[in-house]
Design a protein around this ligand. Sequence first.
Ligand code: AKB
Length: 310
Amino acid sequence: MRRILVTGAAGAIGRNLLRGLYAFHRPQDVVAGYNKTPLTGLPEDGLSVQVDVTDKERLGLVVEKYDVGDVYHLSALLSIAAEKNPELARRVNMGGLTNVLDLAKDYDLRVFWPSSIAVFGSTAPKYNTPQDAPLDPEFEYGRNKVAGERLLQQYFNEFGVDARSVRYGGLLGPGKPGPGTTEYAIEMIYAAVKGEPYASPLGPGTALPMTDMRDAVRAAIEIMAAPKERIKIRTSYNLSAMSFTPEQLADEIRKYIPGFELRFKIDELKQRVANSWPYTIGDSFAREHWGWVHSYGLPETVGYMINEIR
Ligand code: AKB
Protein backbone atom coordinates (compact mmCIF):
# COMPACT_ATOMS: atom_id res chain seq x y z
CA MET A 1 0.00 0.00 0.00
CA ARG A 2 1.22 3.51 -0.79
CA ARG A 3 1.63 5.59 2.35
CA ILE A 4 -0.49 8.46 3.67
CA LEU A 5 1.20 11.82 4.26
CA VAL A 6 -0.36 14.31 6.70
CA THR A 7 1.04 17.84 6.38
CA GLY A 8 0.56 20.14 9.36
CA ALA A 9 0.32 17.03 11.54
CA ALA A 10 1.32 18.97 14.67
CA GLY A 11 -1.75 21.22 14.44
CA ALA A 12 -5.11 20.66 16.09
CA ILE A 13 -6.73 18.77 13.19
CA GLY A 14 -3.48 16.97 12.41
CA ARG A 15 -3.01 15.41 15.83
CA ASN A 16 -6.61 14.23 15.95
CA LEU A 17 -6.52 13.02 12.34
CA LEU A 18 -3.41 10.94 13.06
CA ARG A 19 -5.29 9.17 15.85
CA GLY A 20 -8.16 8.51 13.43
CA LEU A 21 -5.84 7.20 10.71
CA TYR A 22 -4.00 4.86 13.10
CA ALA A 23 -7.35 3.22 13.81
CA PHE A 24 -7.46 2.02 10.18
CA HIS A 25 -3.79 1.88 9.14
CA ARG A 26 -0.51 0.60 10.54
CA PRO A 27 1.58 3.43 12.04
CA GLN A 28 4.35 2.70 9.50
CA ASP A 29 1.88 3.47 6.68
CA VAL A 30 1.20 7.01 7.90
CA VAL A 31 3.82 9.77 7.62
CA ALA A 32 3.26 12.72 9.95
CA GLY A 33 4.69 15.87 8.38
CA TYR A 34 5.58 18.81 10.61
CA ASN A 35 7.41 22.05 9.94
CA LYS A 36 8.56 23.83 13.10
CA THR A 37 7.08 21.76 15.93
CA PRO A 38 8.56 18.23 16.02
CA LEU A 39 5.95 15.60 16.79
CA THR A 40 5.96 13.76 20.06
CA GLY A 41 3.82 10.88 21.29
CA LEU A 42 3.65 8.98 18.00
CA PRO A 43 3.30 5.19 18.14
CA GLU A 44 6.59 3.25 18.22
CA ASP A 45 6.53 2.45 14.49
CA GLY A 46 5.03 5.81 13.53
CA LEU A 47 6.86 7.82 10.87
CA SER A 48 7.40 11.56 10.98
CA VAL A 49 9.24 13.94 8.69
CA GLN A 50 10.13 17.63 8.68
CA VAL A 51 8.66 19.29 5.62
CA ASP A 52 7.88 22.89 4.75
CA VAL A 53 4.98 22.79 2.27
CA THR A 54 6.21 25.95 0.54
CA ASP A 55 9.32 23.99 -0.53
CA LYS A 56 8.06 21.94 -3.47
CA GLU A 57 11.34 20.15 -4.08
CA ARG A 58 11.55 18.89 -0.49
CA LEU A 59 7.87 17.93 -0.55
CA GLY A 60 8.52 15.95 -3.76
CA LEU A 61 11.45 14.13 -2.14
CA VAL A 62 9.22 13.17 0.80
CA VAL A 63 6.53 11.88 -1.59
CA GLU A 64 9.14 9.76 -3.41
CA LYS A 65 11.04 8.53 -0.36
CA TYR A 66 7.93 7.37 1.50
CA ASP A 67 6.02 6.21 -1.59
CA VAL A 68 3.07 8.47 -0.74
CA GLY A 69 -0.33 7.84 -2.35
CA ASP A 70 -2.72 10.00 -0.29
CA VAL A 71 -2.03 13.43 1.20
CA TYR A 72 -4.10 15.06 3.92
CA HIS A 73 -2.84 18.57 3.38
CA LEU A 74 -3.56 20.51 6.57
CA SER A 75 -0.73 23.07 6.81
CA ALA A 76 -2.31 26.52 6.90
CA LEU A 77 -2.57 29.79 8.76
CA LEU A 78 -5.97 30.28 10.45
CA SER A 79 -8.13 33.38 10.04
CA ILE A 80 -6.59 35.76 12.58
CA ALA A 81 -3.00 34.76 11.79
CA ALA A 82 -3.73 35.21 8.07
CA GLU A 83 -5.26 38.63 8.57
CA LYS A 84 -2.21 39.76 10.54
CA ASN A 85 0.28 38.36 8.03
CA PRO A 86 -1.42 38.16 4.61
CA GLU A 87 1.80 37.68 2.66
CA LEU A 88 2.79 34.62 4.69
CA ALA A 89 -0.79 33.36 4.50
CA ARG A 90 -0.76 33.50 0.70
CA ARG A 91 2.61 31.72 0.62
CA VAL A 92 1.56 28.91 2.98
CA ASN A 93 -2.18 28.61 2.30
CA MET A 94 -2.12 28.97 -1.48
CA GLY A 95 1.52 28.24 -2.32
CA GLY A 96 1.50 25.09 -0.21
CA LEU A 97 -1.71 23.85 -1.80
CA THR A 98 -0.42 24.58 -5.32
CA ASN A 99 2.71 22.53 -4.55
CA VAL A 100 0.64 19.62 -3.26
CA LEU A 101 -1.66 19.70 -6.31
CA ASP A 102 1.30 19.88 -8.71
CA LEU A 103 2.81 16.81 -7.05
CA ALA A 104 -0.62 15.12 -7.11
CA LYS A 105 -0.62 15.58 -10.89
CA ASP A 106 2.93 14.21 -11.27
CA TYR A 107 2.73 11.32 -8.77
CA ASP A 108 -0.95 10.43 -9.08
CA LEU A 109 -1.72 11.39 -5.47
CA ARG A 110 -5.18 11.71 -3.95
CA VAL A 111 -5.59 14.80 -1.78
CA PHE A 112 -7.77 15.86 1.15
CA TRP A 113 -7.71 19.60 1.83
CA PRO A 114 -9.89 21.45 4.35
CA SER A 115 -11.75 24.54 3.23
CA SER A 116 -13.78 26.64 5.65
CA ILE A 117 -17.01 28.52 6.27
CA ALA A 118 -14.70 31.53 5.80
CA VAL A 119 -15.35 31.28 2.03
CA PHE A 120 -18.65 33.07 2.72
CA GLY A 121 -19.05 36.78 3.33
CA SER A 122 -21.95 39.11 3.99
CA THR A 123 -23.52 38.42 0.56
CA ALA A 124 -24.34 34.82 1.58
CA PRO A 125 -27.54 34.00 3.52
CA LYS A 126 -26.71 33.79 7.24
CA TYR A 127 -28.96 30.86 8.10
CA ASN A 128 -28.58 27.43 6.53
CA THR A 129 -26.10 28.92 4.02
CA PRO A 130 -26.48 26.80 0.88
CA GLN A 131 -23.65 25.07 -0.94
CA ASP A 132 -23.87 27.42 -3.90
CA ALA A 133 -24.25 30.71 -1.99
CA PRO A 134 -22.05 33.56 -3.33
CA LEU A 135 -18.41 33.37 -2.26
CA ASP A 136 -17.42 36.93 -1.33
CA PRO A 137 -15.11 36.58 1.67
CA GLU A 138 -14.10 39.82 3.36
CA PHE A 139 -10.86 38.62 4.94
CA GLU A 140 -7.56 37.14 3.75
CA TYR A 141 -8.09 33.60 5.05
CA GLY A 142 -11.44 33.30 3.27
CA ARG A 143 -9.93 34.66 0.07
CA ASN A 144 -7.18 32.01 0.31
CA LYS A 145 -9.81 29.31 0.81
CA VAL A 146 -11.88 30.44 -2.20
CA ALA A 147 -8.73 30.49 -4.34
CA GLY A 148 -7.86 27.03 -3.02
CA GLU A 149 -11.29 25.64 -3.86
CA ARG A 150 -10.94 26.99 -7.41
CA LEU A 151 -7.52 25.36 -7.72
CA LEU A 152 -9.00 22.02 -6.70
CA GLN A 153 -11.67 22.35 -9.39
CA GLN A 154 -9.10 23.39 -11.99
CA TYR A 155 -6.69 20.51 -11.26
CA PHE A 156 -9.62 18.09 -11.41
CA ASN A 157 -10.91 19.48 -14.73
CA GLU A 158 -7.53 19.81 -16.43
CA PHE A 159 -5.50 16.93 -15.00
CA GLY A 160 -8.03 14.62 -13.32
CA VAL A 161 -6.46 15.21 -9.88
CA ASP A 162 -8.67 13.50 -7.28
CA ALA A 163 -8.72 16.14 -4.53
CA ARG A 164 -11.58 16.15 -2.02
CA SER A 165 -12.58 18.83 0.43
CA VAL A 166 -15.06 19.96 3.07
CA ARG A 167 -15.81 23.42 4.42
CA TYR A 168 -15.24 23.12 8.17
CA GLY A 169 -16.72 25.48 10.73
CA GLY A 170 -15.03 25.82 14.09
CA LEU A 171 -13.61 22.48 15.24
CA LEU A 172 -13.92 21.56 18.89
CA GLY A 173 -11.43 19.15 20.35
CA PRO A 174 -8.79 18.92 23.05
CA GLY A 175 -5.44 20.53 22.21
CA LYS A 176 -3.99 24.01 22.05
CA PRO A 177 -6.30 26.32 20.07
CA GLY A 178 -4.71 28.07 17.08
CA PRO A 179 -4.97 31.76 16.07
CA GLY A 180 -8.45 31.57 14.55
CA THR A 181 -11.85 33.09 15.27
CA THR A 182 -13.93 30.06 16.30
CA GLU A 183 -11.09 28.89 18.57
CA TYR A 184 -12.50 31.08 21.37
CA ALA A 185 -14.82 28.14 22.14
CA ILE A 186 -11.88 25.85 22.93
CA GLU A 187 -10.26 28.56 25.06
CA MET A 188 -13.49 28.96 27.01
CA ILE A 189 -13.69 25.26 27.87
CA TYR A 190 -10.02 25.20 28.95
CA ALA A 191 -10.55 28.25 31.19
CA ALA A 192 -13.65 26.67 32.74
CA VAL A 193 -11.80 23.43 33.53
CA LYS A 194 -9.01 25.45 35.17
CA GLY A 195 -11.65 27.12 37.35
CA GLU A 196 -11.05 30.52 35.74
CA PRO A 197 -13.54 33.03 34.30
CA TYR A 198 -13.36 33.55 30.53
CA ALA A 199 -13.50 36.86 28.68
CA SER A 200 -15.07 36.09 25.31
CA PRO A 201 -13.56 38.02 22.35
CA LEU A 202 -16.90 37.59 20.55
CA GLY A 203 -19.92 39.44 21.81
CA PRO A 204 -23.26 38.09 23.08
CA GLY A 205 -25.38 36.49 20.38
CA THR A 206 -22.48 35.77 17.98
CA ALA A 207 -23.50 32.38 16.56
CA LEU A 208 -21.04 30.35 14.47
CA PRO A 209 -21.16 26.86 12.91
CA MET A 210 -19.07 24.30 14.79
CA THR A 211 -18.21 20.61 14.56
CA ASP A 212 -16.86 18.14 17.11
CA MET A 213 -13.28 17.25 16.15
CA ARG A 214 -14.19 13.54 16.21
CA ASP A 215 -16.82 14.20 13.54
CA ALA A 216 -14.43 16.43 11.59
CA VAL A 217 -11.78 13.71 11.47
CA ARG A 218 -14.36 11.11 10.45
CA ALA A 219 -15.59 13.42 7.67
CA ALA A 220 -12.05 13.69 6.26
CA ILE A 221 -11.53 9.92 6.38
CA GLU A 222 -15.00 9.16 4.98
CA ILE A 223 -14.84 11.57 2.06
CA MET A 224 -11.48 10.03 1.12
CA ALA A 225 -12.93 6.51 1.39
CA ALA A 226 -15.99 7.32 -0.74
CA PRO A 227 -16.11 5.89 -4.29
CA LYS A 228 -14.91 8.50 -6.79
CA GLU A 229 -18.26 8.76 -8.56
CA ARG A 230 -19.94 9.86 -5.30
CA ILE A 231 -17.78 13.00 -5.16
CA LYS A 232 -19.75 15.33 -7.38
CA ILE A 233 -18.54 18.65 -6.00
CA ARG A 234 -14.90 19.29 -6.81
CA THR A 235 -14.54 22.58 -5.00
CA SER A 236 -15.55 21.79 -1.40
CA TYR A 237 -18.61 20.43 0.42
CA ASN A 238 -20.47 22.44 3.08
CA LEU A 239 -20.28 20.45 6.32
CA SER A 240 -22.33 21.09 9.41
CA ALA A 241 -23.11 19.76 12.84
CA MET A 242 -24.07 22.48 15.37
CA SER A 243 -24.07 26.24 15.90
CA PHE A 244 -23.96 28.21 19.15
CA THR A 245 -23.26 31.59 20.75
CA PRO A 246 -20.76 32.21 23.60
CA GLU A 247 -23.68 32.32 26.10
CA GLN A 248 -25.06 28.98 24.89
CA LEU A 249 -21.63 27.39 25.25
CA ALA A 250 -21.26 28.85 28.76
CA ASP A 251 -24.69 27.46 29.75
CA GLU A 252 -23.62 24.00 28.59
CA ILE A 253 -20.32 24.25 30.48
CA ARG A 254 -22.21 25.22 33.68
CA LYS A 255 -23.94 21.80 33.63
CA TYR A 256 -20.49 20.41 34.58
CA ILE A 257 -18.88 23.45 36.23
CA PRO A 258 -21.77 25.38 37.86
CA GLY A 259 -19.74 28.39 39.00
CA PHE A 260 -18.24 29.12 35.56
CA GLU A 261 -18.25 32.84 34.81
CA LEU A 262 -18.50 34.22 31.26
CA ARG A 263 -17.38 37.80 30.67
CA PHE A 264 -16.99 39.75 27.45
CA LYS A 265 -13.94 41.61 26.17
CA ILE A 266 -14.64 42.15 22.49
CA ASP A 267 -11.75 41.71 20.10
CA GLU A 268 -12.60 44.05 17.24
CA LEU A 269 -10.92 41.99 14.49
CA LYS A 270 -12.35 38.65 15.66
CA GLN A 271 -15.81 40.18 15.96
CA ARG A 272 -15.68 41.61 12.43
CA VAL A 273 -14.51 38.27 11.04
CA ALA A 274 -17.25 36.38 12.92
CA ASN A 275 -19.89 38.89 11.78
CA SER A 276 -19.00 38.18 8.16
CA TRP A 277 -19.49 34.38 8.50
CA PRO A 278 -22.72 32.35 8.46
CA TYR A 279 -24.63 31.40 11.61
CA THR A 280 -25.57 27.96 10.30
CA ILE A 281 -24.58 25.92 7.25
CA GLY A 282 -26.71 23.77 4.93
CA ASP A 283 -24.87 20.55 4.13
CA SER A 284 -27.48 18.48 2.27
CA PHE A 285 -25.11 17.71 -0.62
CA ALA A 286 -22.50 16.11 1.66
CA ARG A 287 -25.30 14.05 3.20
CA GLU A 288 -26.76 13.01 -0.17
CA HIS A 289 -23.57 12.46 -2.14
CA TRP A 290 -21.24 10.58 0.20
CA GLY A 291 -23.42 9.89 3.22
CA TRP A 292 -22.20 12.48 5.74
CA VAL A 293 -23.98 12.21 9.10
CA HIS A 294 -22.72 14.04 12.17
CA SER A 295 -22.73 12.23 15.51
CA TYR A 296 -22.17 14.94 18.11
CA GLY A 297 -24.05 18.07 19.14
CA LEU A 298 -23.13 20.71 21.74
CA PRO A 299 -23.93 18.65 24.91
CA GLU A 300 -21.87 15.62 23.80
CA THR A 301 -18.98 17.77 22.64
CA VAL A 302 -18.74 19.84 25.82
CA GLY A 303 -18.93 16.70 28.01
CA TYR A 304 -16.23 15.00 25.93
CA MET A 305 -13.89 18.00 25.97
CA ILE A 306 -14.22 18.60 29.69
CA ASN A 307 -13.39 14.93 30.36
CA GLU A 308 -10.43 14.90 27.99
CA ILE A 309 -8.98 18.15 29.34
CA ARG A 310 -9.40 16.98 32.93
C1 AKB B 1 -10.84 29.98 12.05
O1 AKB B 1 -11.64 30.47 12.86
O2 AKB B 1 -9.92 30.62 11.53
C2 AKB B 1 -11.03 28.55 11.64
C3 AKB B 1 -12.06 28.36 10.56
C4 AKB B 1 -13.48 28.56 10.82
O3 AKB B 1 -11.73 28.01 9.46
N1 AKB B 1 -11.37 27.75 12.78
